[in-house]
Design a protein around this ligand. Structure first.
Ligand SMILES: Nc1ncnc2c1ncn2[C@@H]1O[C@H](COP(=O)(O)OP(=O)(O)OP(=O)(O)O)[C@@H](O)[C@H]1O
Ligand SMILES: [Mg+2]
Length: 233
């Protein structure tokens, strides 16, 4: 495969059609192509229904495209089986969700180390990494708390820590700030940007919010499932 080293992500002519009953088809994503280099900080924007969530689900391998190919770190995701895909996601992609999705019965440190545990990393190394990432996200001292004992903004910081602690090739986030008030939302995207600079972790996130999108380094705008514009700042 001909893939440039820097170019960690390549989406080629991706299409997603949802069948609604016998007759009706929804072209949620049509003929979308783009490439992303290591260290980019990309916002996917566009009106409600323009295909942002569908596209993020496709590029994370949570959903399969009707047509087209998706390469991440030299692997064609569209050729992997279900099990291969879940292993691949665990090892290469960090996720941040709109509703935080922390495990309520686990403490902050247990939530953050969960994937590392699945990867067989020793407890000693896990705890070191947890301490270091908690300091990055400004939550040192909160490791024993349960998610319910944190504010929404703090929970989302834990989710950011959990997403990047394994140093994935890419972090994907569908509307990560949608549940936060505007000040907390801006602080969260600034934190993501700091981590993007510090670790060269690539971020792709969707947003509706102008104050969030103006902090991106690249904007991919969708309209009716197609790329309307793609601007690097
Ligand atoms: N599982 C599904 N079955 C059928 N149609 C779907 C499904 N998921 C999404 N769609 C349709 O695909 C189109 C794109 O939806 P999508 O959720 O990707 O938009 P979005 O840009 O994320 O919108 P929002 O800003 O409201 O989150 C919409 O017309 C939607 O109704
Ligand atoms: Mg959406």
């Amino acid at each position: 495969m001909n893939i440039d080293h820097e170019e960690i992500f390549k989406v080629e002519n991706v299409k997603k059609i949802f069948n609604e009953g016998e007759q009706t088809q929804v072209n949620a994503v049509s003929d979308v192509s783009f490439k992303i280099k290591k260290g980019e900080f990309v916002a996917i924007v566009g009106p409600s229904g323009s295909g942002k969530s569908t596209l993020l689900n496709l590029i994370s391998g949570l959903d399969t495209p009707t047509a087209g190919r998706i390469f991440l770190a030299g692997n064609d995701l569209t050729t992997l089986s279900g099990n291969e895909l879940s292993d691949f996601r665990r090892d290469h992609i960090g996720f941040i969700f709109q509703a935080y999705n922390l495990i309520p019965v686990l403490s902050v440190e247990e939530n953050i180390e969960f994937v590392m545990q699945l990867q067989g990393i020793s407890k000693e190394v896990r705890r070191e990494k947890v301490q270091s990432i908690l300091s990055d996200v400004g939550l040192t001292g909160m490791e024993k708390r349960k998610p319910s004992q944190l504010s929404g903004g703090q929970q989302q910081r834990v989710a950011v820590a959990r997403a990047i602690v394994t140093r994935p090739e890419i972090v994907l986030a569908d509307e990560p700030t949608a549940n936060l008030d505007s000040k907390t939302a801006v602080a969260l995207v600034e934190l993501m940007k700091e981590l993007n600079s510090k670790y060269q972790t690539t971020f792709i996130f969707s947003t509706h919010d102008n104050t969030i999108m103006e902090r991106a380094k690249r904007l991919i705008t969708l309209k009716d499932g197609r790329i309307e514009s793609d601007t690097i700042f």
